[in-house]
Ligand binder design. Structure first.
Ligand code: AMP
Ligand code: ZN
Length: 112
C-alpha cells in the first residue's frame, strides 16, 4: 500500500507534516516545494503507484481528477494546467504518481 522510501507516501500518511490544501479518502493535495507558478499544487493518491503506468485502480483514477476539481474550486482557481509526467524522459523525478496543477501566470505551449 505504502512505500517506506517514498517521500509522497510519507506526506500522504502524515509521517512528514505538511499543509494539506485538500484531503479525501483516496487523495491529498499540497503545495509543490519548488513552485513553477504562483499556484503550483500536487494532487497524489494515498496509495503508492509509481506512475500513471502502474495506476490500475479506477477508484483512485476518478478520485485524483475529482481532487483536482475540488482543490481548484476551493482555492478559486478557474484557469489552470494539469500535468502528469510519466517516466524520466518526460520529467518525472518523484516516482509516486502526482498531478501538477499550475496557475496564476500565462503558461506557454508547447512545454519545454
Ligand atoms: P515530477 O518532476 O513531475 O516528478 O514532479 C515532482 C515534483 O515534486 C517537483 O515539482 C518537486 O518540486 C516536488 N517535490 C519534491 N519533493 C517535495 C516535497 N517534499 N514536498 C512538495 N513537493 C515536492
Ligand atoms: Zn509513494
Amino acid at each position: 500500500m505504502l512505500d517506506d522510501n517514498c517521500i509522497f507516501c510519507k506526506i500522504s500518511n502524515k509521517e512528514i507534516p505538511s499543509k494539506l490544501l485538500y484531503e479525501d479518502e483516496f487523495t491529498v493535495a499540497f503545495n509543490d516545494l519548488n513552485p513553477q507558478a504562483p499556484n503550483h499544487i500536487l494532487v497524489i493518491p494515498k496509495k503508492h503507484f509509481a506512475s500513471l503506468n502502474e495506476l490500475d485502480d479506477e477508484k483512485y483514477m476518478s478520485a485524483l481528477l475529482n481532487a483536482v476539481k475540488e482543490v481548484t474550486k476551493k482555492l478559486g482557481i478557474k484557469e489552470y494546467r494539469t500535468v502528469i509526467n510519466t517516466g524520466e524522459t518526460a520529467g518525472q523525478t518523484v516516482f509516486h504518481i502526482h498531478i501538477h496543477i499550475l496557475a496564476g501566470r500565462p503558461l506557454l505551449w508547447p512545454p519545454g
